[in-house]
Design a protein around this ligand. Structure first.
Ligand SMILES: Nc1nc2c(c(=O)[nH]1)N[C@H]1C(S)=C(S)[C@@H](COP(=O)(O)O)O[C@H]1N2
Ligand SMILES: [Mo]
Length: 364
């Protein structure tokens, strides 16, 4: 029997089946997103709830010692904890014109949690990787049919790969805790991957099987979905899997179309993140993009983690409409574009977003 998942009151329901929930970004009130407010992105119905002690992970493919890892064995391995921001590559899709297919996320398909787990590298090393291995495919327990126009593969599992180099670098976790508690079912209980710095699709939930490969994985969510057009290495333009999160700032306060009192000081707030890089600065414009001033970063930048920011807006004395913008840049000189490049399609939505607000005088 399939139990209807509950929708927490504070979340925005984007899709019921499969369940897709958005964090109302205007409620951002701290660096850590509580589990109950962390966005949920599912492509298939959630798999049946599994007791942790019944869980097993298969590690196979180009390894000389394929093995099965039980939950009890996993949690006795050395554990690591890191805080990482995770954003869906389709976050912000609702702001694209013309409208693009897919879940119509506004600002809240993003969140930050502290993840505890075992290093993927430690598990892979136990299996002894063979020569010629290039990628590690992570497969989830959830499955379903893809309604494709040309042909359908039948039922498939959610699966994504990471390059072997990234898998062995040490920061990729097989996480069993989120914010100090066992993973909630919606977030991949009992074990999920966390690929910090990459868009969420790489962090496979309900992890069941790991396959080391000698060729690039070309599964559905690697090539048909979660990829974009890119021209590289002098080759004709080709579909390329989405990987690292691109630098981006979002405004939490004010929300679009908020009324703001004339002549006051308004504390604008938001967050900025930069994938595998670090945020260098966030600039704010309160006049549709003519003048830009620095926002204050609240605290030091921590790799893989968003940085909250604040900006004191001296609200004009007179009533009128204003357009607010935030623009982040990172330490390697990447800054948010002002327009969404067509080649990015329905993903990688990082262009500067105008937030229209209305200033009203007090006797309004
Ligand atoms: N097994 C599985 N893993 C998955 C997905 C999925 O549908 N199934 N969605 C991916 C996508 S696109 C994102 S953005 C993140 C979202 O993780 P969350 O639901 O915990 O926020 O999970 C990723 N891992
Ligand atoms: Mo996603």
């Amino acid at each position: 029997m399939n139990v209807q998942p509950l929708v927490p009151a504070e979340m925005i329901l984007r899709e019921r089946n499969p369940l897709n929930l958005e964090f109302p970004f205007s409620t951002l009130d701290g660096p850590i997103t509580p589990d109950a407010r962390f966005y949920v992105r599912n492509h298939f119905p959630e798999p049946p709830v599994r007791e942790a002690h019944q869980w097993k992970l298969k590690i196979e493919g180009a390894v000389s010692r394929p093995f099965e890892l039980s939950y009890d064995a996993l949690v006795t391995m050395p554990t690591h904890t890191l805080t990482a921001t995770m954003e869906c590559a389709g976050n912000g899709r609702a702001f694209l014109a013309p409208k693009q297919e897919g879940v119509q996320w506004e600002l809240g398909a993003v969140g930050t949690a502290t993840w505890t787990g075992v290093r993927l590298a430690d598990v892979l090393n136990r299996a002894r990787i063979r020569d010629g291995a290039v990628e590690v495919v992570l497969e989830g327990a959830d499955k379903g049919e893809i309604k494709e126009k040309l042909s359908s593969p039948g039922e498939i599992h959610f699966a994504r790969s990471v390059p072997l180099q990234k898998a062995l670098a040490g920061d990729v976790l097989l996480a069993f805790q989120m914010n100090g508690e066992p993973l909630p079912h919606a977030h991949g209980h009992p074990v999920r991957a966390i690929v910090p710095g990459w868009y969420g699709m790489a962090s496979v939930k309900w992890l069941e099987r790991i396959v080391v490969t000698r060729a690039s994985f070309t599964g559905y969510f690697q090539t048909a979905d979660y990829s974009y057009w890119e021209s590289r290495d002098g080759l004709p333009i080709q579909m390329t899997p989405i990987t690292e999160m691109q630098v981006k700032a979002e405004i939490a306060r004010p929300a679009a179309h908020e009324f703001i009192q004339a002549g006051t000081i308004y504390h604008m707030r938001g967050a900025a993140w930069a994938g595998e890089s670090d945020v260098a600065q966030v600039e704010i414009s309160t006049d549709s993009g003519s003048v830009w001033r620095q926002a204050r970063l609240l605290g030091p930048t921590v790799r893989y983690t968003w940085c909250l920011w604040e900006y004191e807006w001296h609200v004009p004395e007179r009533a009128g409409n204003h357009t607010l913008m935030a623009r982040a840049s990172d330490v390697i000189g990447c800054a948010q574009p002002f327009e969404h490049a067509k080649a990015r399609g329905r993903y990688l939505i990082t262009h500067v977003l105008p937030i229209p607000v209305e200033v009203r005088d007090s006797n309004h």
